[in-house]
Design a protein around this ligand. Structure first.
Ligand code: FAD
Length: 388
């Protein structure tokens, strides 16, 4: 009977595990199952881009294994288990090669986001790494050690690319980064702020190539040669691809659940299918795709109650994002897409305070670098909530 049918959560990232914790605070009885295609170790994903600065291995970052998590959560945690299908009419999911069926009373998609693979040719692709989970991170660290890496080429000058640039510089590596746009963090920051980050990373030894695309990565006598579409070639021992992530929507889409950029939900985090919910990097909550920790923690609070029978809408306050580039710290609260206004920028060296205001003077977003990040709290108070 559906009253006692289990709550099933697909995904054991920050969204899946934190939701399970929140649910257990409200409901200690209902059977709880978590499934993950990885090994189910609990870890904090933002730590993946500070690993050389802090000198942390994958084992150091793993806080708990799946068995311990299961005990703490009074849950059964299925690891290395891929969910391939959701039958929303019968309320079952199909898992693994055997297509084992699991019945759910309520199902939560906490599937995360997948890395975007840029279309790159060449015979050196086995030396191109992307680091999007703890298993990737372990492979990357192993490859760096095994190949005696001294120089890394980073594809992408956005959030992950700049964090890895700073982290690898801190680890004593040489870094060259390539991005088709014009400066660091181009989709998040106005130009003056992005150039401040660039200048600070250059002062630490980074070399940037803005404008070209990487077209090929080929094996070289030592490491790889990276071919750009402006005719230049860089050499490196290893390549990190960091061109961005997109919500994992394939499973939902194939199962007839409404998707757009992410899995579409309302403010109760309900998808278009009865008793199926979504949160975290895979979700598009009332039009908002926010692939950061603060929004998923807000969603966890609401959905934990909803799953326990107390329907609760998610509230998103203003949630500025801190970018881990200690060479030039950044805090950014991007204005909503299409918000009418303009940037007002005050700069003093690499300390940039940029405020995005509408015609009436109301603050709609901001970007702060260097010492100007001290204004974060003051400006955050002035911002409107994302979902009031
Ligand atoms: P994930 O952690 O990706 O979890 C997805 C889970 O779903 C995994 O367990 C996976 O195995 C499982 N899964 C997917 N598909 C299936 C399937 N079909 N069957 C079974 N299991 C499946 N955010 C910040 O706010 N601040 C930061 O400083 C910051 N730094 C970051 C640094 C890096 C290097 C990266 C990559 C991201 C960073 N982020 C940061 C973003 C933040 O880490 C993510 O928003 C957050 O971790 C997403 O959690 P999640 O649980 O939604 O997804």
């Amino acid at each position: 009977d559906r009253e006692h049918a289990p709550v099933v959560i697909i995904g054991t990232g920050l969204a899946g595990y934190n939701l399970a914790r929140e649910f257990r605070k409200q409901d200690d009885e209902t059977p709880l199952i978590l499934l993950t295609s990885d090994d189910g170790r609990a870890y904090s994903k933002p730590m993946l881009s500070t690993g050389f600065t802090r000198d942390t291995s994958a084992d150091d970052l793993a806080q708990q294994d799946a068995g311990t998590m299961g005990q703490q959560l009074k849950a059964s945690v299925w690891t290395r288990t891929h969910v391939s299908e959701i039958d929303t009419a019968r309320q079952v999911i199909k898992v693994g090669d055997e297509q084992t069926e699991i019945h759910y009373g309520k199902l939560v998609l906490a599937l995360g986001a997948q890395v975007i693979q840029p279309p790159i040719g060449g015979d050196g692709l086995d030396l191109v790494y992307s680091v999007n989970d703890l298993l990737d991170y372990d492979d990357f660290r192993t490859a760096v050690a095994k190949n005696n890496v001294k120089k890394v080429c980073i594809i992408g000058g956005g959030l992950i690319g700049c964090e890895f640039t700073n982290d690898l510089l801190n680890g004593g590596f040489e870094v060259e980064a390539v991005d088709p746009l014009a400066y660091c963090l181009p989709t998040l920051l106005p130009e003056t702020a992005g150039k401040a980050v660039q200048a600070a990373l250059e002062a630490k030894g980074a070399k940037f190539h803005f404008g070209p695309l990487v077209t090929e990565v080929n094996k070289a006598e030592q490491g790889v040669s990276v071919i750009l579409n402006n005719g230049s070639t860089l050499s490196a021992d290893l390549v990190v691809s960091a061109v961005g992530v997109r919500p994992r929507i394939d499973l939902a889409k194939a199962s007839g659940i409404a998707t757009n950029r992410g899995v579409v939900t309302n403010r109760l985090l309900e998808t278009s299918a009865a008793n199926v919910y979504a949160l975290g990097d895979c979700a598009e909550v009332e039009g908002q795709v926010l692939v950061y920790v603060a929004p998923l923690m807000a969603a966890v609070k609401a959905l934990g109650k909803t799953l326990a029978g107390q329907p609760t809408e998610v509230v998103y306050p203003a949630m500025p994002v801190t970018i881990k580039t200690p060479a030039c710290p950044v805090v950014v609260a991007p204005p909503a897409a299409g918000a009418a206004g303009e940037w007002k920028v005050a700069a003093d060296g690499n300390n940039v305070r940029a405020e995005y205001r509408d015609a009436g003077g109301a603050l709609l977003g901001f970007a702060l670098t260097g010492e100007a990040t001290r204004a974060k709290l003051e400006l955050q108070k002035e911002l409107p909530p994302i979902l009031p």
